[in-house]
Design a protein around this ligand. Structure first.
Ligand code: BMA
Length: 298
């Protein structure tokens, strides 16, 4: 059986009552190596009346002990993201860090909220260039960019229309075409309600390792993993049938949204995959697995 091992001192990041913008919740984070540190770009909630998310940054030498900056690094500025910047996924692509995030266009507490995939880039995690939103004909989220072009085009995994996972291609990162559905919820399973991207796919000799999330009818969010073909990532080479992490511990079961393990970023370090995940939409935790062991299982 393949199952992630949780870091014993989880959570690695919790809401901080000293800062209004992140006093309520810190969760779903992109993760990457930057200047020999592991950094997390995370979603933060300060005010529950608006539930508008901003993004904070935390850094660590070892991947377990994090220090967060006192100010958010990315905040809603444009009309297309007026009600929040959420769930960032970081991809190192052609010499820049690209960030795919959920750009929320209409108020969140209203319920029937409108959102699209925003794309931004940065070189220093201090200033961010925003390119606007893509695939605007659908409400779309869970967008992740592949870290290199595939057959001469950029590739994006996304989730519109729901509840399936799709891959689309682009020459300019703006216009996305050739959308192909490649994975759908599986009846009577832990992922029978919807499925969506997690971390940006990681390239290995065997294929793209794709950590993703699956949601059950009871709205429990768990993590899964599959291996995708390098040249045609809509081809699933293999998939682990059971979840590799499901909400079991208190910090995963109790929070602003109960029973959630939701990853937006995985870092490879010391031959391990470190999977960072938002727990119960409240705090950030990490769990890991040996790379060779996972590839053998796949
Ligand atoms: C999903 C995402 C996440 C969130 C999860 C559980 O739809 O948008 O931001 O963690 O729901 O509430």
């Amino acid at each position: 059986m393949v199952y992630l091992e949780r870091y014993k001192k989880n959570p690695v990041l919790k809401p901080n009552p000293n800062y209004e913008w992140q006093q309520g919740a810190v969760f779903n984070c992109g993760a990457t190596l930057f200047k020999e540190k592991i950094i997390l770009l995370y979603r933060a909630i300060g005010n529950y009346e608006t539930y508008i998310s901003t993004l904070g940054l935390a850094e660590s030498d070892d991947g377990y002990n994090f220090k967060a900056r006192p100010e958010p690094v990315m905040v809603p500025e444009e009309p297309f993201e007026k009600y929040g910047v959420e769930d960032p996924r970081i991809t190192w692509l052609e010499g820049k860090y690209y960030i795919c995030y959920t750009a929320v266009r209409t108020p969140v507490p209203a319920g029937d909220v409108d959102f699209h995939i925003g794309i931004a880039s940065t070189s220093d995690f201090k200033t961010f260039k925003k390119y606007g939103t893509v695939i605007n004909e659908y409400r779309d989220k869970d967008g992740v960019l592949f870290p290199e072009k595939i057959n001469g085009r950029y590739a994006l995994m996304h989730r519109a229309p729901e509840p399936d996972m799709w891959i689309a291609y682009s020459k300019d990162l703006k216009n996305w075409t050739d959308h192909k559905k490649f994975f759908s919820p599986i009846k009577n399973s832990w992922q029978d309600f919807k499925v969506g991207a997690g971390a940006p796919p990681i390239k290995t000799d065997e294929g793209w390792v794709n950590f993703y999330h699956g949601v059950s009818k009871e709205l429990h969010y768990s993590l899964g993993v599959m291996l995708l073909d390098l040249k045609d990532p809509t081809k699933i080479i293999s998939i682990i049938e059971d979840p590799i992490l499901k909400p079991e511990l208190d910090y995963e079961k109790e929070g602003d949204v109960p029973n959630v393990c939701f990853t937006c970023g995985v870092v490879e370090k010391d031959k391990k995959f470190l999977v960072y995940y938002g727990a119960a939409d409240k705090c950030i935790a990490v769990a890991f697995i040996d790379k060779t062991k996972l590839l053998q299982a796949l």
